[in-house]
Design a protein around this ligand. Sequence first.
Ligand code: HEC
Length: 103
Amino acid sequence: MRRGLWAVSLAAGLAVGLSSLPTAAEESVDIRLLAGTCAGCHGAELQGSGAIPTLRGHSAEYIRFMLTAFKSGERQATVMNRLAAGYADSEIDALADYLSSLQ
Ligand code: HEC
C-alpha cells in the first residue's frame, strides 16, 4: 500500500518535471560549495558510483522531489534522510536548479 502510494507520488512528481521547464541556475560560488558537499559520496563529477546514484541528467523537479521526500521521511534511505533534513527548502531549490543545469 505504502509502496503503491510512493509510486503514484513519484509519477506525479515526474509529470510535474515534464510539464514545467527548470529555471536557469544562477552560477554562484555558494551553490558550488553547497553542491561540493554532495561530491564526497556522489563522486567528484556527481556521476555516482556503485550503490550511490548519479546526480547528473535529472530535472530540477526530480531532484527537488527526491530531497523533499528524503527530508520528510516519505522516502526511506540510508543516509539521505539525515542529510536532507539539514537543508532549508530554499537550499533544496537552489541545489535542484544547479544540479539540473549540469546535464
Ligand atoms: C554521506 C554520503 C552522501 C552525501 C554526502 C550525499 N549523498 Fe545523496 N545519496 C547517498 C546515498 C547512499 C543515496 C542512495 C539513497 C540512500 O541510501 O540514502 C543517495 C541518494 C540521493 C538522491 C536520489 C537519487 C535517485 O535517483 O534516487 C539524491 C537526489 C541525492 N542523493 C542528492 C544529494 C545531494 C543534493 C547531496 C548534497 C547536498 C547529497 N545527495 C549528498 C549518499 C550521499
